[in-house]
Design a protein around this ligand. Structure first.
Ligand SMILES: C[S@@+](CC[C@H](N)C(=O)[O-])C[C@H]1O[C@@H](n2cnc3c(N)ncnc32)[C@H](O)[C@@H]1O
Length: 248
């Protein structure tokens, strides 16, 4: 698999972070999404933190909309927001026939939604939320109703083995600094252990091949027997306060 040497530059000042995995290999990312946590441990933890039955859910950075039908099954309305136009189109195709779902072009720092209109803002594998993403947190607090929740789901780079590969691939990524950032911004943290289950070795190898540079991917494939991987997630949740003085 050839990794492009240059990624298309996002609009400057938009806060959009290039996502080579899903931007360049959407079909393999779909296989990855299907393999990720099929037993639903992340969904279960999310539901405990902020249930969405009968509510308005926003999935920001929704990519090709993989998680939208799951929310639509119980939410009142679902809005997918995504900055990359080809993925906006893919997400719209996926949710054709689901009248409660709308997909819009936008970003975490610029959600085309009225104030206080949303109950849950969900962002999954959302590395655009982390140090430097203050504008996105403020925007989420604007669109959330008092008591509503911003839930950021991302991979835990401290956990063996997947986290070891992430740190090897991204030596400047500092998991402790990321977690300290969320804590300082008033998020709570829950860690969720999951199993990624692939239908066969070829799919596992394709997915590791889009997630890591060739050296790290080759090592990861060598270290992984079979067709499963243990992967830990972080779930960070911050609520918009009900009444009183809000400090942002
Ligand atoms: C790794 S993908 C995850 C997609 C989707 N959440 C999923 O789980 O299938 C990250 C997504 O975030 C989008 N993204 C990047 N920067 C963003 C930003 N500032 N605001 C919102 N989305 C962003 C990318 O275009 C990409 O679709």
């Amino acid at each position: 698999m050839v990794r492009p040497s240059k990624l298309r530059a996002p609009k400057s000042g938009s806060g959009v972070i290039a996502s080579p995995n899903i931007w360049h290999w959407p079909e393999v990312y779909e296989e990855e999404n299907r393999a990720q946590d099929p037993r639903g441990a992340v969904y279960a933890a999310l539901r405990e933190a902020a249930d969405w039955i009968g509510r308005h859910v926003v999935d920001v950075g929704c990519g090709s909309g993989f998680h939208l039908p799951m929310f639509a099954a119980e939410a009142r309305t679902v809005t997918g927001i995504e900055p990359h136009p080809p993925l906006v189109a893919a997400a719209r195709t996926r949710v054709k026939g689901l009248p409660s779902v709308t997909v819009t072009e936008g970003s975490a720092a610029d959600m085309p939604l009225p104030d206080a209109s949303v109950d849950l803002v969900h962002a999954r594998t959302a590395y655009f939320f982390g140090p430097g993403c203050g504008a996105g947190i403020l925007e989420a607090m604007r669109v959330l109703r008092p008591g509503g929740a911003l839930a950021v789901v991302d991979l835990d780079a401290t956990a063996h083995p997947y986290g070891d590969w992430m740190r090897d691939d991204l030596p400047h990524y500092d998991p402790a600094a990321v977690e300290a950032f969320f804590e300082a911004q008033g998020f709570d943290l829950r860690r969720i252990d999951t199993l990624w289950e692939f239908p066969d070795r070829a799919t596992l190898e394709r997915v590791l091949g889009i997630e890591f540079a060739p050296r790290v991917a080759t090592g990861a494939i060598r270290e992984t027997p079979g067709t499963t991987l243990t992967v830990r997630y972080r779930l960070h949740v911050r609520r918009r306060p009900i009444g009183g003085l809000e400090l942002s």
